[in-house]
Design a binder for this molecule. Structure first.
Ligand code: C2E
Ligand code: MG
Ligand code: MG
Ligand code: MG
Length: 271
């Protein structure tokens, strides 16, 4: 019956859907206000060089507290994508990051990465705006990285590719996020040789606890394409040991540090 309804173009409407819609609308409205007031923050999670144990990068993760309640990024990013606010959100987060970096003191060797959605990448001028915002902070562009998901590399949207190339040419690094969750074709890794780092999705680490063979294979794939490989979702010392044995370059996860507010970054960096 559900199939027939979908085919005929409408669905039965019930109270729970109405409530869901009302919830989404309210959220969207409050997100718009939060963006206007700049009430979106970034928290920073350390990324550790596996060989040296030192923090080599920080990933900026958007945080929104709505009426005293922390809303999960997966929830408000989806709302932002559906409503077109994702472009504003991306800019607000990047500006925040550029400001925050200035408060940490001498962190020249540290890389900071920011997530971007497909909708941002396929918009004309994304690379130029990104370069300009980083430039306003007088930061070196090669200290910044943009995390994109592999699905963005699959299509061959010329605007997306143009943006990726322009970011790369400006010195901004590109990281393929959540690798292993999308399509399994590896062809695009060679077709679009624009990335610097492959981030292995934490679901691959989870299901690979015992022998590490899946993670080993992905580390091999990354290295075969001359990419640095970073494992996400490292929650145990055991996992970190396994990654070290497999020659994984970098690691990120609760075992190494949770995302923290900007003010706590200097202490995370041990200064
Ligand atoms: P992501 O880019 O893959 O970020 C990693 C997510 O894993 C973060 O969730 C982080 O808090 C979480 N995480 C880190 N270590 C561990 C661990 O050891 N165990 C577990 N279970 N989780 C871990 P978060 O902050 O909730 O963000 C979720 C997603 O929202 C991000 O996934 C990213 O896709 C998106 N996102 C966050 N900030 C932004 C943003 O500014 N712009 C855009 N477009 N997307 C963003
Ligand atoms: Mg990410
Ligand atoms: Mg990820
Ligand atoms: Mg993700």
């Amino acid at each position: 019956a559900a199939k027939r309804e979908r085919r005929s173009g409408y669905r039965l409407f019930d109270v729970s859907m109405l409530e869901e819609t009302r919830h989404q609308l309210g959220l969207a409205q409050r997100l718009r206000t939060a963006l206007r007031k700049g009430h979106i923050e970034a928290h920073y999670q350390p990324i550790v060089d596996v060989a040296t144990g030192r923090v080599c990068a920080l990933e900026a993760l958007a945080r929104w507290t709505d009426e005293g309640r922390a809303v999960a990024p997966d929830e408000f990013i989806a709302v932002a994508e559906q409503t077109g606010m994702i472009h504003d959100l991306g800019e607000v987060v990047l500006r925040r990051v550029v400001q925050d970096v200035q408060t940490w003191g001498d962190v020249e060797e540290l890389r900071v990465t920011v997530n971007a959605s497909a909708a941002e990448l396929c918009r004309e001028g994304f690379a130029e705006r990104t370069v300009a915002i980083i430039g306003e902070g007088r930061h070196r562009l090669d200290r910044f990285g943009i995390e994109i998901t592999e699905s963005m590399l699959l299509g061959d949207d010329p605007v997306t590719l143009g943006n990726l190339r322009a970011l790369r040419e400006a010195g901004i690094s590109l990281l393929i996020d959540d690798f292993g969750t999308g399509y399994s074709s590896l062809g695009y890794l060679s077709r679009f040789p624009v990335a610097d780092v492959l981030k292995i999705d934490r679901s691959l680490l989870d299901c690979d606890e015992r022998n590490g063979r899946v993670v080993a294979a992905v580390v091999g794939v990354g290295h075969a394409f001359d990419l640095r490989v970073c494992a996400e979702g490292v929650e145990t010392a055991e996992q970190l040991r396994m990654l070290e044995e497999l020659g994984c370059d970098a690691a990120q996860g609760w075992h190494l540090g949770r995302p923290v507010p900007s003010a706590q970054v200097p202490s995370v960096l041990g200064r």
